[in-house]
Structure formats: structure tokens, C-alpha cells
Design a protein around this ligand. Structure first.
Ligand code: PHE
Length: 344
């Protein structure tokens, strides 16, 4: 009896169908409702318990082999199936375009900025978007109740237990404090991230946008180091012909402070609508880190000095890609976003 089943197994293993009909015949013969396997299972019911086990195992083995073969035959005949072109199908028609995603221009610009500074030793750090008064203002040398806090219209969230206000950060300068409270100089840090300001939304202002903060603290870091680093940045970003100019400005956390302009990359400095005929575009705030800020982080201003700068990513993206309206960056209109699909 075992021989009989073994012979059937051999038969199944050696079966070579030459077309689909033979595959179907195979299925009916072995696996069909009235096929050999069905008969064998019926036969098993009539056996004594002691014979049942060995018989059952063999029959089950046969079943597994037959099913595996059938699957093999099916996939074989499927792949070399009917190659005729169905009536009415025009193979010369263009295919459906695959909707591919693309990087957001803010991400592209952020990456460009980070790459440029990372090449000269800056490393990326992070801080929270919901920030307390100390990190966003006080430690950065904004005096209590001083109008300087109004320079940046703040979204306040609540007061904490100690009566300190908790707010959405208005700038990434808060990351200066976050890093310096637990890292000793030398540090060269970049802090990209989203910031929030309570401003009316227009083509030139939004209630949230992105900044990259940078700072370098070490012994003997000078204003000249800052100027050279920022010139390097401007040339890497806008081309080797780019020039920079620093205008005196004011930030509570830097002294002296400056506003940096880059020569207009649209008209090459000759004057156009974009630079309002000045030949210059304002791209960031910067300055030497105020000694009070260092002191607030437990760093001696007698021993260490450094510079900091902060720029708006959207602002740079607008100049790079000639985008005229800030709102486009947050509306997620695919017609706008898909224009960046070739950018790396
Ligand atoms: N935090 C400033 C702003 O948001 C920019 C800045 C950063 C200025 C670092 C000087 C130094 O406008």
C-alpha cells in the first residue's frame, strides 16, 4: 500500500505538462473533488487505527507535493501566457504619469545652508519650539518689561508654576542658551527650526517661518572671524561674485550687532525691483555674543568670546528661487511645490 502511494508521488514529481490543458488535467486527476487524493482520504477512514497514522502521513505528503507542483505549473504557464495585444489597445499612447513627490523649497534651502556651514566644522543642534521666558528672552539679555521684547510679537501660551511665561519661540537664538547651559566652548553650532510671531499674514510676513541660527564661541573669536565666515557663506550660497556688507544694528544678545546684506543676485548689484534699486538684499542679523549672555550660561566673558547670526530660511529661498510671496511656502499648492522636483 505504501508502495502504491510512493509510486503516485513519483508520478507527480515527474509530470511535465506541455500546456495549460495538461495542468488542468493534472489538477483534476490528483487534487480534484473525485481525484486520487480524495479517494485516498476516503480510504483512510476505513483503516484500523494502527495503520491510519503511517498512511495519513504519506497521503499528506503526496498532497503537499501535488499542490506545490500545481503552483509551479500555474506560474510557469502564467508568465508565458497570452502575448497577443487585446483589440482596441493602442500601445503607442503615452502612459499615465507617476505622481512623484519632491522636496519642499524650505527643506532644500535649509539643507543648502547647513551643508555650507557643516563643511567648516559647524554641528547641528536642536531646541524646543515651546520655550520658556528664560531661554527665549531673559538669558538672551532682554531686560524684564523692556520694550525690546515687543520687537518680536510673541504668542504666549501660559504661565508656569513660578509665574514665568511659556511661549512659542520667536527665534532660534533660544538654542544658544540651550546648548551653552550644558556645553563648554569651543562650540560651533547650527540650529535650524521653526519660529512663531504674532504678525498679520502677508506676502512678506507670516505667523510662523524658519530660521537657522549659528554661533561660534571659543578663545579669541573676533568680529573679523564672523565677517569672513559670513562672506564664505554668501559666496557658497549665491555664487563666487557675491559681496556682503554689514550695517550697524541692535539685538539685545549681541554687541556690537549688525544686519548683513548680500549683493543682489538678480541684478548683480546694478539695482532692480527685487533689491529696490539699492543693489543689496538684507539676509541676516549677526553680532558678537553679548558678555551678559555668556555669563548667564556660566561662561566667563573674560576667557571666551564668539559671534552669532540668524537668518530666515524662507527669505533665502525667496532669493534663490525668485519666489515673490511668502505664503506660497505654507499653502502646499502642488503647482508650486512640483516646480522644485529637479532640485537636489
Ligand atoms: N534672533 C535674531 C532674529 O530673530 C537674529 C539674530 C541671531 C541676530 C543671532 C543676531 C545674532 O531676528
Amino acid at each position: 500500500m505504501q508502495d502504491r502511494i510512493n509510486r503516485i508521488i513519483e508520478e507527480v514529481e515527474q509530470f511535465r505538462p506541455s500546456d495549460r490543458e495538461q495542468v488542468e488535467a493534472f489538477r483534476v486527476k490528483y487534487l480534484g473533488r473525485k481525484g486520487i487524493l480524495a479517494d485516498l482520504f476516503a480510504e483512510m477512514k476505513t483503516l484500523q487505527a494502527d495503520q491510519k497514522k503511517a498512511f495519513g502521513q504519506l497521503v499528506n505528503h503526496l498532497k503537499t507535493v501535488a499542490e506545490a507542483r500545481l503552483e509551479e505549473f500555474n506560474s510557469h504557464f502564467e508568465s508565458d501566457g497570452d502575448n497577443r495585444i487585446p483589440d482596441g489597445m493602442d500601445l503607442s499612447l503615452p502612459g499615465y504619469p507617476l505622481a512623484k513627490g519632491s522636496r519642499h523649497p524650505v527643506s532644500l534651502t535649509r539643507k543648502k545652508i547647513l551643508d555650507i556651514f557643516q563643511r567648516i566644522g559647524f554641528v547641528v543642534a536642536d531646541g524646543p519650539e515651546i520655550e520658556d521666558d528664560w531661554h527665549n528672552f531673559t538669558a538672551l539679555n532682554f531686560p524684564e518689561n523692556h520694550p525690546a521684547r515687543d520687537m518680536q510679537d510673541t504668542f504666549f501660551i501660559r504661565q508656569d508654576e513660578g509665574g514665568n511665561s511659556i511661549a512659542l519661540r520667536t527665534h532660534t537664538s533660544s538654542v544658544q542658551i540651550r546648548v551653552l547651559e550644558h556645553t563648554r566652548p569651543p562650540v560651533r553650532i547650527l540650529a535650524p527650526g521653526r519660529v512663531y510671531r504674532n504678525e498679520a499674514i502677508s506676502a512678506r510676513a507670516h505667523c510662523f517661518f524658519h530660521q537657522v541660527e549659528g554661533f561660534h564661541i571659543d578663545k579669541n573669536v573676533s568680529f573679523a572671524d564672523m565677517k569672513q565666515t559670513l562672506l564664505y557663506f554668501a559666496r557658497e550660497m549665491f555664487g563666487s561674485e557675491a559681496g556682503i556688507r554689514l550695517r550697524p544694528s541692535y539685538f539685545p544678545f549681541t554687541e556690537p550687532s549688525a544686519e548683513m546684506d548680500v549683493s543682489c543676485n538678480i541684478c548683480g548689484g546694478k539695482g532692480c525691483n527685487v533689491c529696490k534699486h539699492t543693489g543689496w538684499l538684507e539676509i541676516m542679523g549677526c553680532g558678537m555674543v553679548d558678555p551678559n549672555v555668556l555669563q548667564n550660561c556660566g561662561i566667563s566673558p573674560d576667557e571666551f568670546s564668539g559671534y552669532a547670526f540668524g537668518m530666515g530660511i524662507e527669505r533665502i529661498a525667496m532669493l534663490l528661487y525668485n519666489v515673490k510671496d511668502l505664503r506660497l511656502f505654507s499653502e502646499n499648492d502642488v503647482r508650486f511645490l512640483s516646480q522644485f522636483s529637479r532640485e537636489q
